[in-house]
Ligand binder design. Sequence first.
Ligand SMILES: C[S@@+](CC[C@H](N)C(=O)[O-])C[C@H]1O[C@@H](n2cnc3c(N)ncnc32)[C@H](O)[C@@H]1O
Length: 274
Amino acid sequence: MHPNDVTKSYELTEAGDRYFDGLVDKFSRSLYQAPRGELRLAMLDYLLPQMLQLKEQPVLDIGGGLGQQAAWFAKRGHAVTMTEPSDDMLNHAKQWHQDDSALPHELITYLQAPLQQLDQQAPGAWPLITCHAVLEWLGDPQAALTTLSHLLAPGGQLSLMVFNRDALRFSNVVKGNLEKALRDRLAGKGKRQRLTPISPVSHAEIEQWSAANGLQIASVAGIRVFQDYLRKPPVTPEENETLIALEKQYCRQDPHWRLGRYLLYTLIKPEAGK
Ligand SMILES: C[S@@+](CC[C@H](N)C(=O)[O-])C[C@H]1O[C@@H](n2cnc3c(N)ncnc32)[C@H](O)[C@@H]1O
């Protein structure tokens, strides 16, 4: 059966992945039209130029969703291959890109495919890969990191962002979901329109999986290290600016980055002999 035939029921695929078919509106509303999406984009805009060596190299954007990251790279002169298994998400991204007259459209290529098929459909090897907020939607995130390491060129950089299992626990406790946290029943099931990831990932896992695949962790940051824990969210634009300044100040500092809602890594595939 073609993967899309499975996802049209808006459940998990045979591999246990959650494609975002049927979730465009929910995802766009609850993330990117909300303060948390705004903060995520502001932090990526701030962190990616610090954490990556950007030289207009070609980029493979995996699970590109609504297309923000592909647009960000294209506007900086990178040729981007945006891949996404969900028809709905990919069509939405294409339309959104089309509507942006400032975007160099010729720099973006679209490929409807899951990560697991990219070694055949976009083998590279790639000097720069982005895979943001995708691993936590897969049945086997560890296997995905192995595929990512094969797609990377020697010396290549992987910008990996994952939903942080430890932060999920902490925010559940803060919200009073004590029993759920104690039983460690925090992962989502990927049913209906729920946006709680099915495979949250810990920093310890990323350390182990990277080492097992010969990838080096060059840098790490937390995204949304404070925002989810606020008792008094910002009300005025000035308060919001202050929160963004705080997030920027502490996102790479111990211990704060460790409880970021997302962990952002630059992983490097060493060149032979290095
Ligand atoms: C939370 S969204 C992240 C989208 C985008 N990268 C971002 O940061 O906004 C997760 C995306 O992963 C996609 N996805 C799910 N399973 C996948 C797979 N096996 N391969 C690649 N992408 C997948 C979903 O369709 C969805 O668009």
